[in-house]
Design a protein around this ligand. Structure first.
Ligand SMILES: NC(=O)c1ccc[n+]([C@@H]2O[C@H](COP(=O)([O-])OP(=O)(O)OC[C@H]3O[C@@H](n4cnc5c(N)ncnc54)[C@H](OP(=O)(O)O)[C@@H]3O)[C@@H](O)[C@H]2O)c1
Length: 254
């Protein structure tokens, strides 16, 4: 479905999944601004804006750039992750919690709040938040604060969708399980090297740590970006407040 004439912002659009989302939106004809903490040497986006969503001023910084380009119709929030140590809840300090919540919840809240007047005036606004299956399947040993922040993002997305629907703005969530790519490959290699196994066996153990992936493969960024591209298009005009899980069947419950 064409996005020709639509103005898009991809927060976390300079690498990995975000870069794949930028490519998907460009292919559909959108004008795309990518946001990241650092500007890459090269980007296919029309414009790159540097902002750190962990910082409260990030919303205003992104809004200033967007106003300069005339407005926004599509907002995709990809930035997020976990940098806390393993060891369960007692290993997590106040600072770890503040950082994970700022990175995975407040970043989206800040940019949404700053851009919502522009999205309302679009007439066909569409927001996608990238969550995680950990919102429903928290891995307490390594990423408890991250999982809690993604669960809060999920609840926030649903409420925002209900609030903005009458204004013609749709809000949805895409929740990946494990994502294939250099990060997962490196982790699988490290697991394999530590146990004297092949890379393929290392990947098998990585998938086992998620409780098993019924499809036997992690999702490539291109496939996740495809779901984002669908949700922001007019093909999904009646879909708001929804969550689409892209996890090869990892979450075992309905
Ligand atoms: N990796 C997985 O297996 C997995 C699984 C489930 C869900 N997810 C979710 O998928 C999303 C992408 O994860 P990923 O692992 O693919 O990330 P990634 O490849 O590391 O890419 C993250 C993007 O976000 C930007 N970014 C990161 N922190 C930022 C910040 N504070 N402010 C502004 N931009 C920031 C990065 O650029 P800069 O570094 O230049 O800022 C980059 O463009 C996240 O929301 C993550 O929680 C990932």
């Amino acid at each position: 479905m064409s996005l020709t004439g639509r103005r898009a912002v991809v927060v976390g659009g300079t690498r990995g999944l975000g870069e794949a989302v930028v490519d998907r939106l460009l292919a559909a004809g959108a004008h795309v601004i990518a946001v990241g903490r650092t500007a890459p040497a090269a980007s296919r986006a029309h414009q790159v804006v540097t902002a750190d969503v962990v910082q409260p001023r990030a919303g205003d910084e992104v809004a200033a750039a967007v106003r300069g380009s005339g407005g926004v119709d599509v907002l995709v929030h990809v930035a997020g992750g976990s940098s806390s140590p393993g060891g369960g809840h007692s290993a997590l300090t106040e600072e770890h919690w503040q950082h994970e919540l700022a990175w995975n919840l407040l970043g989206a809240v800040r940019v949404d709040r700053a851009l919502s007047p522009l999205l309302r005036s679009s007439g066909a606004g569409a927001v996608v938040h990238v969550g995680s299956i950990q919102a429903r399947m928290p891995l307490w040993d390594g990423t408890l604060a991250y999982a809690a922040a993604k669960a809060a993002l999920r609840a926030y997305s649903k409420g925002l969708a209900n609030e903005l629907a009458p204004a013609g703005v749709r809000v949805n969530t895409v929740s990946p399980g494990g994502i294939a790519g250099p990060g997962a490959d490196g982790l699988a290699r490290r697991i394999a090297a530590a146990r004297g196994l092949s890379e393929q066996e290392g990947m098998g153990l990585l998938m086992e740590s998620l409780g098993g992936v019924p499809q036997g493969r992690l999702a490539p960024v291109r496939e996740i970006a495809e779901v984002v591209g669908f949700l922001v298009s007019d093909a999904a005009a009646s879909i708001t407040g929804a969550e689409i899980t892209v996890d090869g069947g990892t979450v075992p419950t309905v």
